[in-house]
Design a binder for this molecule. Structure first.
Ligand SMILES: [Zn+2]
Length: 374
């Protein structure tokens, strides 16, 4: 019996659209059921003090498949680092389980699927976590001085104006446009999204301490990832940047050898984040640094796989609306629903073609990673 990813699917194959879910609670159920059917060992970490919109528990779930005893290599696939982006990532993970990616594992490799690193944001349709923190800016060593937030301070008031449908908003939009015209779009993108540590209600806020999700990932790396593993490939699934449904593999590395290895595994599509080659701005406090601190002995190949959705300005507008909404106490139910829908469309698509493109790309890169890991 071969893996369904490697051989043609039988008539019992589930349509790709059925891998994807409408909300966090059903995504979690689907993931757990698929992991169970695939024979995965499940570990769950429940977020204390918070629940989802229907009162459901919020948790990071990890499925481990393949040889755990004595494994030398592992592939870790992560969804929902940015909450709402988990709609895409969760669907891909369910697909990898339903299509039995683990049957492509060698005897010395195991597969970890981490579902919903930021379950709060996933459930509540936000990119940030329960404390307004962007997890992919939160993996700093907080015993050291915080990075500068000077560039962000220059644009914050324009990003989150006093009103969303009035004069303050119009003035803010004009100011952002003026900044882009005089400094260029890359400078604006860098100022907005590079990471900031001064405005808790602002965009791309990295926090002032390690988040629950960051601390839980450290536990996963010591409690679920076997101690014998020496080579780790990570695919961290994101949406919201780049051409629709195209997945840009963004390498986050600190050593030249990691770059050479990533190019060997994944090909010339790989973009190096620190070299400024990516659709993403250069970032501080990313997850790859956190993984390196917890397991410094690992040969790490860390890829953020970024799938495009809507044009960049549309995605930015949705994020601004979301942060404006959460700075209010009295927004009406209809305004809230409208902004939540705007967020959903900025980070996910119901289109079957988009979902098939996203899943196919993820499965392709996962198989390449397994070949690279041997
Ligand atoms: Zn993301």
């Amino acid at each position: 019996m071969g893996s369904r990813l490697l051989w043609p699917a039988g008539s019992e194959a589930m349509p790709i659209a059925e891998y994807f879910s409408r909300d966090y609670a059903s995504a979690r159920q689907r993931f757990q059921a698929a992991a169970g059917r695939a024979g995965g060992a499940l570990t769950s970490y429940v977020l204390p003090g918070h629940a989802g919109p229907a009162g459901e528990a919020l948790a990071i779930d990890v499925a481990r498949l393949g040889n755990a005893a004595g494994a030398q290599s592992a592939l870790l696939v992560i969804s929902g680092t940015h909450g709402i982006e988990g709609f895409a990532g969760s669907g891909c993970q369910v697909g990898l389980l339903e299509d039995r990616l683990h049957e492509a594992l060698t005897g010395s490799t195991c597969l970890l699927l981490l579902h919903a690193l930021n379950p709060y944001g996933f459930a509540w349709l936000r990119r940030v976590n329960e404390d307004g923190v962007d997890l992919n800016r939160n993996f700093l060593d907080f015993s050291q001085p915080l990075p500068s937030s000077k560039a962000y301070e220059g644009v914050h008031d324009w990003l989150v104006p006093a009103d969303w449908n009035g004069e303050a908003r119009r003035a803010a939009d004009a100011a952002l446009l003026g900044f882009a015209q005089s400094h260029g779009m890359p400078a604006l993108q860098g100022a907005i999204s590079g990471g900031q540590y001064t405005r808790a209600g602002g965009l791309f806020y990295g926090g002032t301490q390690a988040s629950w999700s960051a601390r839980t990932l450290a536990r996963v790396l010591t409690e679920v990832l076997p101690a014998t593993v020496r080579r780790l490939g990570v695919l961290d699934l994101h949406t919201g940047l780049g051409p629709p449904a195209y997945g840009e593999p963004i390498l986050d590395c600190s050593r030249p050898a990691d770059r050479e290895r990533a190019l060997r595994w994944y090909g010339a599509d790989v973009k190096d984040l620190s070299a400024g080659e990516s659709v993403s701005a250069r970032l501080v406090g990313t997850m790859a640094r956190g993984v390196e601190r917890v397991r410094p002995e690992l040969e790490l190949t860390f890829i953020g796989l970024e799938f495009g959705t809507r044009p960049m300005m549309e995605v930015l507008t949705a994020l601004r609306a979301d942060h404006w909404l959460h700075a209010q106490s009295g927004a009406s139910a209809s305004v809230r629903a409208q902004i939540q829908q705007q967020m959903r469309e900025a980070f996910y698509s119901e289109s079957a073609a988009w979902q098939a493109g996203v899943y196919g790309r993820t499965a392709d890169l996962a198989l390449r990673a397994l070949r690279g890991l041997g």
